[in-house]
Design a protein around this ligand. Structure first.
Ligand SMILES: O=C(O)[C@H](O)COP(=O)(O)O
Length: 239
């Protein structure tokens, strides 16, 4: 069986090079096109889905909508969850990544971005970026910051409790999520150690297919419609 993972198309803050995390920014023009292209590639390759999963963030939700629209499958059940949200970037959310590197040094910013266990500085609960009053998080213990292991814990819990049972029931699944929530899932699925995951990046808007065995463990994976070499640091075509 196969599942498809897709990182949302380019967002407005990817374009502006800002730390985003749980900030709910929309897709850029290029991101809208990437999402459409992803749907076209899926359609041309004969992909069909029974159930979709996405986060509470509109860049992933819209990417999914656009891709499903291209497939003429907007009717399928879509499960949304905060547990597939991007890694919470704490007090870095909104800051420009290059300016932050100038201020704190490349090495520190690399640790914040790519280590598994270093947490970015935490948000203060009085900070307007802390969304305690947002109704979508009313039942959620909103993190103040997260490292990749924190993200992995919630993503894998959702995967195990909600997605695996659907796969085992024979449902065809697409998951539209985020750079780090997908990295966290891949880290778990492919059992990648901390130093391996640091160098793994997920391109925006490119469907990533995982073939799974009957125990829902990965056999192989590949990107759809991505000719030639992938950008530096993206997950290799085969592991
Ligand atoms: O949340 C963000 O800023 C990005 O979309 C992912 O960021 P990263 O490449 O710094 O992990």
């Amino acid at each position: 069986m196969k599942i498809v993972l897709i990182r949302h198309g380019q967002s407005l803050w990817n374009l502006e090079n800002r730390f985003t995390g749980w900030t709910d920014v929309d897709l850029s023009e290029a991101g809208l096109k990437e999402a459409r292209q992803a749907g076209i590639i899926l359609r041309e390759n004969g992909y069909r889905f029974d159930v979709a999963f996405t986060s509470y963030l509109k860049r992933a939700i819209r990417t999914l909508w656009i891709a499903l629209h291209e497939l003429d499958m907007m009717w399928i059940p879509v499960h949304k969850t905060w547990m597939l949200n991007e890694r919470h970037y704490g007090a870095l959310q909104g800051l420009n990544k290059a300016e932050t590197a100038e201020k704190f040094g490349e090495e520190q910013v690399h640790l914040w971005r790519r280590s598994t266990n270093v947490k970015p500085p935490a948000l203060d609960k009085n900070d307007p970026r802390y969304e305690a009053d947002n109704p979508k998080y009313k039942d959620v213990d909103i993190p103040l910051t997260e490292n990749l292991l924190d993200t992995e814990q919630r993503v894998v819990k959702y995967w195990t409790d909600h997605i695996v049972p659907q796969i085992e029931a024979g449902q065809k699944i697409i998951i539209s999520a985020h750079g780090n929530s997908i990295r966290a899932l891949i880290k778990y699925l492919d059992d990648i150690p901390a130093d391996g995951i640091a160098n793994l990046n997920i391109p925006t808007g490119v469907p990533l297919v995982y073939e799974l065995d009957s125990s829902v463990r990965p056999i192989r994976h590949y990107y759809l419609g991505k000719e030639g070499p992938l950008p530096d640091g993206t997950i290799p075509k085969t592991l």
